[in-house]
Design a protein. Structure first.
Length: 260
C-alpha cells in the first residue's frame, strides 16, 4: 500500500473518531442541560411538606403527599402541564404533560424546547384530568438514567420494597400511586388498553397485570379505583417496554399546594 493511501486512510479514521467523540460529547451535554432544567423547575415549583404536618395528618389517618407543587405557576408557563409525578429517593420528580399529539413532547421539554430527554406525558387518547380508569403515562429510558429509565428497577424485589409508592399531584386532586405490578411487555400488547369506567373488564385487566408482575407488591385492588400505567422503552426485543402499574389512592389535597 502506497504512503499516500495510508495517509488518506489515517485521515479518514481520525475524522470518524473526532466526529464520534464530538457526537458523544454533544449528547452528554444535552443530558446535563435537561437535568439542570428539571432540577431547577423542581426547586422553583415544589417544596417539601413540613414533617410535623405530615405527622399530624398521619395521626388523623389522612393521606397527604410529602411534597407540594405550584401547578398554577407551572401552567402559566405551559397549559399542557397536567400534573407532577414524584417518587422519593429516585430521579422521578417531573411535570406531567398532555396534548392531542403523542409526538409533541416526545422530543420537547415542558417549555417546548427540543430535547432528547423529552417530557413525561400522558397518552393523547386518554381524557384530560386523569378522568379515565386506566391512564397511560410515557417517559424515555435515558442512558443518563433520567426520566423513566428507572422503571426497570421495580422488577427487583428489594428495590420495589424500598419504593412502594409514587405521588401524582394534579389540579383535580392529589393521589398516592400504590404500585402493584412491574414487568416487560410489547408496545402493542393489551397492556396499553384504556378503560373509561370500572367493571369486570378492568378488574380482569388488573388481575392479569398482577399475574405478569416480576414482583409481588402485596397491593390489593380496591373497588372503583383508578389506575395509571407508567411506560418506557426496554431495548430487550423489538418494541419492548418496561411497565409499572399503580393504583390511584386519593390524598388530602390541602397539602398538595404551595402556600399562597
Amino acid at each position: 500500500m502506497s504512503t499516500w493511501i495510508r495517509r488518506i486512510l489515517m485521515a479518514v479514521s481520525l475524522l470518524v473518531f473526532v466526529f464520534a467523540a464530538a457526537t458523544v460529547a454533544a449528547v452528554k451535554y444535552s443530558y446535563s442541560v435537561d437535568r439542570r432544567l428539571y432540577a431547577a423547575t423542581a426547586e422553583s415549583f415544589t417544596e417539601a411538606v413540613p414533617r410535623e404536618e405530615l405527622q399530624r395528618r398521619e395521626e388523623e389517618k389522612r393521606l397527604c403527599a410529602p411534597i407540594a407543587v405550584d401547578l398554577a405557576g407551572l401552567r402559566e408557563q405551559n397549559p399542557d402541564i397536567v400534573g407532577w409525578i414524584w417518587c422519593e429517593d429516585t430521579v422521578i420528580n417531573y411535570p406531567v404533560l398532555q396534548s392531542d399529539d403523542n409526538d409533541r413532547y416526545l422530543r420537547r421539554t415542558y417549555d417546548g424546547k427540543y430535547s432528547a430527554s423529552g417530557s413525561i406525558f400522558v397518552e393523547a387518547l386518554n381524557h384530560m384530568g386523569f378522568a379515565d380508569y386506566n391512564t397511560v403515562v410515557y417517559g424515555h429510558n435515558m442512558r443518563s438514567n433520567d426520566m423513566f429509565a428507572g422503571l426497570k428497577y421495580w422488577q427487583d424485589p428489594d428495590y420495589a420494597a424500598a419504593h412502594p409508592v409514587m405521588y401524582l399531584l394534579t389540579e383535580q386532586g392529589d393521589w398516592r400511586i400504590d404500585l402493584l405490578s412491574a414487568y416487560t411487555t410489547s408496545a402493542y400488547s393489551e397492556t396499553y388498553t384504556i378503560y373509561l369506567a370500572p367493571g369486570t373488564e378492568l378488574d380482569d385487566y388488573i388481575a392479569r397485570a398482577r399475574s405478569l408482575s416480576a414482583v409481588d407488591f402485596g397491593v390489593e385492588p380496591q373497588p372503583n379505583a383508578k389506575y395509571v400505567l407508567l411506560s418506557t422503552c426496554a431495548y430487550l426485543f423489538d418494541d419492548a417496554r418496561y411497565v409499572v402499574h399503580g393504583m390511584l389512592t386519593p390524598c388530602d389535597s390541602v397539602c398538595g399546594r404551595l402556600a399562597e
